[in-house]
Design a protein around this ligand. Structure first.
Ligand code: GUN
Ligand code: ZN
Length: 438
């Protein structure tokens, strides 16, 4: 099956925090050719179009911007129903809203319905890959992988491990958490585009025994992923210090149990110090920056430029962190990351924000060999953005001087209204303007 798209292409080939402008490519009249889900040709339309089979239809997106599908490096599908639950900070928010919501995922029907809504929302927002928290219930993992498989999306997900400091019906045990995770991992990891993440919720809800077994499981399946939270909120950090007094700091809790390294993604990391950032760099441990969540829960201001310091850059992606986060849109999340970086007096540029939402996310997930950029051989995961999606966007982008300014306007004003179409592995899976019923 061949799919071809024509229009302006924008993508990163490298890390602009380290390589500067060289890391970004813009082709004002480009062509993408996809065969059987894989990009076969990427470049200027004039150079490539003769190579297309004569009967091949070309989708014309000349008035749009064609970008790699967005990568959400931290999101809880089981919290889709509590977006906007306000008035509390992290630990109270978990007790008051989150745990009660996650209890409902004992019911496979609730899990299936929410997983379907969640996957459709990702695609409507141009997000084609995500690292996803489920609930403690194995059925919640089956539900999300079933829905992702139906749509051929690249999803990494896992059963939450939680054997203390949570309601009884949301707790497993160190052994049952290990056994159930192992069974799910064997069932889903690398089934189609699905991948498994071993998922201790955070240090405060796992006993040392559970973290130990999580580390043992990861060492048995080292090509799986590891997904948890770290250093999000000051009260959380103080609590973890009390629970693990023998460990040097929060990151050391995870390192001690073998839970850091490549393919480990720690959400937030707002309050990590220089020493911890150095250890993330050295071990290849990635952070997921979730600005809308950090603002909503009052957690604090992530220092992006410090994390990405070229002398010891930590891999960082962007996360929506739904339901503490407030938008599924990576465009809007880029805009929030920009504002948070301003508050730290070290603003990131639009191309840097765009990198974090695409190739940077792919690198954080150790999936840059497959997604995050456009090159022959990569998976054909594509978002088509409409810079004139609203009257204001049309007015504002109409006076933009260059592609960087268009990206800056999109991250400031953009959201799902800008996503004209989404392709997953070369297949059209979302079309904004398709008439209802077709
Ligand atoms: N830390 C532990 N669990 C959670 C969660 O569900 N959301 C967020 N934002 N932080 C957490
Ligand atoms: Zn989270």
């Amino acid at each position: 099956m061949i799919t071809a798209l024509r229009g302006p292409l924008a993508y990163c080939t490298d890390d602009p925090f380290l390589a500067g402008a060289r890391a970004f490519r813009y082709e004002s009249d480009g062509l993408l050719v996809c065969r059987d889900g894989i990009l076969e040709a990427v470049g200027a339309h004039r150079a490539l179009h003769q190579r297309l089979p004569r009967d091949c239809a070309v989708a014309d997106f000349s008035d749009c911007l064609i970008v790699p599908g967005f990568v959400d490096t931290h999101v809880h599908y089981v919290q889709t129903g509590i977006i906007g639950a306000h008035g509390r900070q992290l630990l109270d928010w978990l007790e008051r809203y989150t745990f009660p919501a996650e209890l409902a995922f004992a019911d496979p029907d609730e899990a299936r319905r929410t997983a379907a809504v969640f996957c459709d929302e990702l695609l409507r927002h141009g997000t084609t890959a995500a690292l996803v928290f489920c609930s403690v219930h194995p059925g919640s993992v089956d539900a999300i992988f079933e829905q992702a498989s139906k749509r051929n999306m690249l999803l990494i997900a896992g059963k939450v491990l939680m054997d203390r400091n949570a309601p009884e019906r949301l707790r497993d045990t160190a052994q049952s958490g290990y056994d159930l995770s192992k069974a799910l991992l064997r069932k889903w990891h690398k089934s189609g585009r699905c991948r498994y993440a071993i998922t201790p919720r955070f240090a405060a809800t796992s006993t040392p025994e559970q973290l130990e077994l999580a580390g043992a499981l990861w060492s048995e399946y080292p090509d799986a992923h590891l997904h948890t939270h770290i250093a999000e909120n000051r009260n959380e950090i103080a609590w973890v210090r009390e629970l693990f007094p023998e460990r040097a700091d929060y990151l050391d809790v995870y390192s001690h149990y073998g839970l850091t390294g490549r393919r480990a993604v720690l959400a937030h990391g707002i309050h990590l110090d220089e020493s911890a950032l150095c250890r993330c760099h050295e071990s290849g441990t990635a952070l997921s920056h979730c600005p809308s969540s950090n603002l909503f829960l009052g957690s604090g201001l992530f220092r992006m430029r410090q994390a990405r310091d070229p002398r010891r850059p930590v891999e960082v992606g962007l996360g929506t962190d739904i339901g503490a986060g407030t938008s599924f849109s990576l465009l809007s999340t880029m805009g929030e990351a920009y504002k948070v970086s301003q508050m730290a007096d070290a603003p990131i540029g639009a191309v840097e924000a765009f990198y974090l939402a695409t190739l940077g996310g792919a690198r954080a997930l150790d999936l840059a060999d497959r997604i995050g950029t456009f090159a022959p051989g990569k998976d054909a995961d594509i978002a088509v953005l409409d810079p004139r999606a609203t009257p204001l966007l049309a007015f504002r982008t109409g006076r933009a001087a260059d592609i960087e300014e268009i990206l800056a306007v999109l991250m400031t004003l953009g959201d799902d209204r800008c996503v004209r179409a989404t392709y997953v592995a070369g297949a059209l899976v979302h079309e904004r303007d398709r008439p209802a019923g077709r």
